[in-house]
Design a protein around this ligand. Structure first.
Ligand SMILES: *Cc1c(COP(=O)(O)O)cnc(C)c1O
Length: 446
């Protein structure tokens, strides 16, 4: 691919614009997932034609250093040769059987070997399915209906998770989307990320019969869907303790962090064992594959061994499994050095961005943990959704456009993590920092 030195870059060119116009006629918003539409940053999304390693090329021939990484899956960059080989090899034997295959067992074993709290696992097709199944299992296991989640965390688009806190002193949740029944939403309680007291209050209310009895607490152990927000010291350990005491299950939603922050995910990094874990993104190697796993006694409740129903026509799809298995084996082969490299490169990026921010005087701060990075346009460090919500979204929009113009593709929303891959070398990181310096200087000049 080219070196990205196109003369006129910056958002959609003619061909992308024409494609978007066509798309809008037949696909709501022209996209198959809302954030892709650039609604949060303005402008039109370039249509992507191809990707290789760290770079993507759009339909107009512009190339970009990519930090979207398909929103998390591409730990080894675009079109990783070992993934393509594994998929090609599987492809010629048939694309789907709806019957068990050997590689599904290999992948289940590889997941359990990497994540010790996962004693048994079921493969599904999306993170949404994984969290939906985890919640159903937790409800069945505890014979309770309530669930506690955290404001600013995202767990896919199942009805039970599209819920925000009710106003005032109300404990009950209310839908964030039309179509989610209020009767279901009231079972979802919202606590504040990094605030154990807010969790304890909801658990206590449930125990006292003043709110729904709580089946599970679900959390992104490192939040990524309000931008990258690490857990405060003791937060995850506190959740472990509180849920154990309350007889509720602890679900780590590691759809983003699994196989990204460590081979064993955030739970390895922070040394906490949840009861259930959801995984997706990296584990699918860029294919529609996700997983729910955890304690053996809980997982055995799943059909056909137990009564909790869950199924999927394309679950454990041979191509997706081949890709996922190739990625997990590559992670194992490279060992801890892989995650050291990701950390070092991401720190280099974060340090460079911090210097660029302070040089420019633009009010912003940089958050980074492992290969997750966010520039928050808020001068204060962000520790929860209230902090994230105080960000200057308009400033982010200008930053995003400036970076795009300079050949850097960031997630098109303030509240997203940028993903550094194993393919992001020092040269690309430094090119990104230079683009940020120029963009921030332009913003500071007005
Ligand atoms: C992406 C994501 C999901 C949803 O996964 P999909 O595959 O998009 O359904 C759930 N939880 C977290 C933490 C995620 O980052």
């Amino acid at each position: 691919m080219g070196d990205g030195s196109d003369a006129a870059r910056g958002g959609a060119g003619e061909r992308s614009s024409a494609l978007l116009a066509r798309a809008k006629k037949r696909i709501p918003g022209g996209v198959n997932s809302p954030v892709r539409a650039f609604g949060a940053v303005g402008g039109e999304p370039p249509f992507i034609a191809s990707g290789e390693g760290v770079r993507i090329r759009d339909a107009d021939g512009h190339t970009y250093i990519d930090y979207i990484g398909s929103w998390g899956p591409l730990l080894f960059g675009h079109a990783a040769p070992f993934v393509l080989d594994a998929v090609r090899e599987a492809l010629v034997h048939g694309t789907s059987f709806g019957a068990p295959t050997e590689r599904e067992v290999d992948l289940a074993e590889a997941i359990c070997a990497a994540v010790p709290s996962v004693e048994a696992v079921r493969l599904v097709c999306s993170g949404t399915e994984a969290t939906m199944t985890a919640l159903r299992l937790a409800r069945a296991f505890t014979e309770r209906d309530g669930v506690i989640k955290f404001e600013g965390c995202y767990h896919g688009h199942a009805d039970s998770f599209l819920v925000k806190a009710g106003s005032g002193a109300a404990t009950f949740g209310v839908p964030t989307s039309p179509g989610v029944p209020a009767d279901l939403a009231r079972l979802t309680l919202n606590a504040r990320f990094n605030d154990l007291d807010s969790v304890k209050a909801l658990l206590d209310a449930g125990a006292a019969g003043e709110g729904p009895a709580v089946a599970a607490v679900i959390v992104e152990p490192v939040a990524g869907n309000m931008g990258a927000v690490p857990p405060a010291d003791g937060f995850l350990a506190g959740l472990r303790e509180l849920t154990e005491k309350a007889g509720a299950l602890l679900i780590f939603d590691e759809v983003m962090t699994g196989f990204r922050l460590a081979r064993g995910g955030a739970q390895e990094r922070f040394g906490i064992s949840p009861d259930l874990t959801t995984m997706g993104k990296v584990v699918g190697g860029g294919f529609p594959l996700a997983a729910v796993g955890g304690r053996d006694d809980v997982m055995r409740r799943l059909a056909p061994e137990g009564p909790v129903y869950q199924a999927g026509t394309l679950s454990g799809n041979p191509l997706a499994v081949a890709a996922g298995l190739a990625v997990l084996r590559e992670i194992e082969r490279r060992g801890p050095a892989l995650f050291d490299q990701l950390e070092t490169r991401s720190q280099r990026l974060a340090d460079g961005l911090r210097a660029a921010v302070s040089e420019s005087g633009v009010p912003a701060n940089v958050s980074q943990l492992g290969s997750m990075v966010t520039v928050f346009f808020n001068p204060e460090p962000v520790t929860d959704w209230d902090g994230a919500d105080r960000c200057d979204r308009e400033a982010f929009g200008r930053f995003h456009a400036g970076m795009l113009k300079r050949g850097v593709m960031l997630p098109p929303a303030q509240f997203e993590a940028w993903f550094v891959s194993a393919e992001h070398g020092e040269a690309e990181i430094d090119e990104t920092i230079a683009a940020a310096k120029a963009t921030l200087a332009e913003m500071a000049a007005g």
